[in-house]
Design a protein around this ligand. Sequence first.
Ligand code: SAH
Ligand code: SF4
Length: 363
Amino acid sequence: MSTENETPEIELTKYGRLPSLSGLNLDELEDFVKKLGLPKFRAKQIHGWIYSKWAKNFDEMTDLSADLRKKLSETAEVGLLNMAHLQVSSDETRKYLFQLPDGKMVESVLMAFQDRPSLTACVSSQVGCAVGCTFCATGYLGFKRNLTAQEIIDQIMSIQRESGKRVGNVVYMGQGEPLLNTDEVIDSVKRLINTVGIGARHITVSTSGIVPGIKQLAKANLPITLALSLHAPDVETREEIVPITKKYPIHEVMAAMHDYVDTTNRRVTIEYVLLKDVTDRPEQAIHLAELVKDLHCNINLIPFNPTLNPMGEALYDRPSRESQQRFKTLAARSGKTVTVRLERGTDIDAACGQLHNKYAAKR
Ligand code: SAH
Ligand code: SF4
């Protein structure tokens, strides 16, 4: 067995970097310290520094000797992502641009909602997105690659390290379609619950309606919230604005949502983007109410955040407040709670569907 002072063997990742400890659970940290010839209790110390004190590097771990800190710094890094840019909005919303180990970029947002006592982080699950919804800026990037569970978790850890604030809620509503990256998303959710310490009931995974992914998530039976981005109750409109509807038709998606509720006993969320004259018509509100009336769900209306397509054209408008209210009243005929999503960070383009930086577009 080597001593704590010996220089360790250095194993680099495929990107030529030291491995990151972010997101590793106690067992994995024990394996890590064992490989370095260190006693098991060191793993617990490091675990506390990473997840309770949000240490940025080994130098901050002051109950470890200077030699040990040096040895650890030569072997690993605490964080995985580099913060490339941070924008803070007038309502304190923080939008982060993170660089992944291969140089690609993703965005995450930290927001405060008045109806929630703790802060909410919105995380990305992919670079770009293959689904191509016509109102979503991420959709225009196309699909670049899936994120690993560690890349998802380190968005939250990096936000905590940078802001010094605890993330209480996590929504998978940044860039990407989580249920086209289901294995890594499920792994990251489990680690958020068991290692990072986010309550399962404070985690929401949002999907455009990927039936096999919904089934896989139901099987995992985690007590989290599943949100379906329904956006239109009629086949014609939904096929137009959420093109994957042609592959996974509305009735199959709704059947999978019912099964999800039956398996997990969790109430789901129906998200519905309000696009003027496209999805905000009264007959659509009535149709929506009919469609979801037997589903154990809440309805969340999202007034469109204006985005431009790659040609610089604005394809849609946001409906007026009156039209939003009229839709809400009609949708409430379902007997469900209907809320209109509060806007956060619109002055820095941190709202839904606006996570699309020009850096990501270039890669
Ligand atoms: N891909 C997943 C999760 C990421 S998008 C999904 O589609 O559910 C998170 C939410 O923001 C989705 O409900 C999405 O439809 C919505 N959204 C995307 N672009 C938007 C825009 N410009 N205005 C309002 N909501 C938008
Ligand atoms: Fe992808 Fe969601 Fe945007 Fe659709 S709304 S393109 S599924 S990120």
